[in-house]
Design a protein around this ligand. Structure first.
Ligand code: ADP
Ligand code: MG
Length: 387
């Protein structure tokens, strides 16, 4: 059981991987990692149901790297995922894990990147391919990728991928791997399509389920500040300064709000950048990477543009306005307090928002503690300052 696995060394990993995991700052495996890694290492198929933020990338990434044969000249593992953003994230995490395995060649292939760049990267056969379905098929058809010796195929975010209409592509990809390929599927929900693919391509798969809520979910302290619209930027800045926050996300419902917030914060010489739907993809990647690398402190985003962002160490999330969907509230605050780290979420509301607030509280079963601002300090209801 996961509960008995206290550390990564209990999983009998190689020195190289253990060192990399320590360097990445991980102390203990998350439940999905503790449950998946040993089963994958046995060579068994896996179908894992696990929500976002539970550490799935390492759950499959670690065993994939452990199972690689440095001598084998062919592509041994393929990871198929729905979006370019995910493709890049997975590739980065695998490269971090493979830091002490310098011989490992990992290539990301996804739509939108110039073909030439990928062809160059593929000149040397990758041990591991991370790909979106369409572009992977392109390469298979051109003969620049060959999956005939793949040992493990991973479908990440399988439900999303199949929902996006990639089912035929995914079948073609799996058909191009040997019949006894280990097939590992990760999905937030087990939809009918996911079941179908599992039924068709998996054998005696181990079913793994982990919950979003639970021991691996860190506490996110949620605060509520009543504040008129025109005072909100000043209020957010006061909180950021009072708590000395260096990495925060601010959410706004509309593109125009996000644009305006970013401009006004910039005017106040805040270190800020923005993400919304009107920003071209190439620039979005740059903004996200910049935020990840700590090049600026405040990222302002719409709910949609922030989807798929995976940044560690977001200290606090601000809801500049009340999200339009209850579910967005959870998505927003889930950007902080990832994987064991504590986080804070501040919601700014007007008197007129009472009804929506009650709705969100009911939907999310969450407590928001009311705060006030006084002389540059953030105070809880009983007058104790937040620090
Ligand atoms: P998922 O794919 O389930 O949404 P990710 O694999 O993207 O989750 O992991 C979410 C975050 O948690 C990433 O920033 C990752 O680096 C971090 N993480 C993964 N495993 C651990 C761990 N064992 N301890 C701490 N942080 C971890
Ligand atoms: Mg993931």
């Amino acid at each position: 059981m996961a509960g008995e696995i206290a550390s990564f060394s209990d999983l009998q990993l190689s020195e190289e991987i253990l060192k990399a995991v320590v360097r990445m700052g991980f102390d203990v495996p998350t439940p999905v990692q503790a449950l998946t890694i040993p089963v994958m290492l046995e060579g068994r198929d896996v179908i894992a149901k696990a929500p976002t933020g539970t550490g799935k990338t390492c759950a499959f990434g670690i065993p994939l790297l452990e199972m690689l044969d440095p001598e084998a000249p062919d592509t041994q593992a393929v990871i198929v995922c729905p979006t370019r953003e995910l493709c890049l994230q997975i590739t980065q995490e695998l490269r971090d894990l493979a830091l002490y395995l310098p011989w490992v060649h990992i290539v990301a292939i996804y739509g939108g990147q110039p073909m030439q760049k990928q062809l160059t990267a593929l000149k040397k056969t990758p041990h591991i391919l991370v790909a979106t379905p369409g572009r992977l098929l392109d390469h298979m058809n051109r003969g620049t990728v060959w999956l005939g010796n793949v040992y493990t195929a991973v479908l990440d975010e399988a439900d999303e991928m199949l929902k996006m209409g990639f089912i035929k592509d995914v079948r073609r990809i799996l058909n191009a791997t040997p019949a006894d390929t280990q097939v590992v599927m990760f999905s937030a929900t087990i939809s009918r399509d996911v079941e179908d693919v599992a039924w068709e391509y998996q054998h005696d798969a181990k079913e793994i389920t982990v919950q979003a809520e639970g021991e691996n979910r860190p506490a996110i302290a949620q605060y509520l500040l009543y504040c008129a619209g025109e005072d909100r930027i000043a209020a957010m800045c006061a909180i950021i300064d009072a708590l000395d926050l260096k990495r925060v996300m601010i959410f706004g419902n509309m593109k125009s709000t996000v644009r305006r917030l970013a401009a006004q914060l910039q005017k106040q010489h805040r270190s800020v950048d923005a993400l919304h739907g009107d920003i071209p993809q190439s620039q979005r990647n740059r903004v996200m990477q910049g935020f990840r690398d700590g090049k600026f402190e405040i990222l302002v985003a719409t709910d949609v543009a922030a989807r798929g962002i995976d940044v560690d160490d977001v200290e606090a999330v601000f809801n500049y306005d009340i999200p339009e969907e209850n579910e967005y509230y959870l998505h927003r605050i889930g950007r902080t307090g990832r994987a064991k780290r504590h986080g804070m979420a501040f919601t700014l509301a007007g008197e007129a928002d009472q009804f929506r607030l009650r709705d969100i509280r009911k939907y999310t079963h969450s407590e928001m503690k009311e705060i006030t601002l006084q002389d540059g300090r953030v105070l809880l209801e009983d007058g104790t300052p937040l620090e």
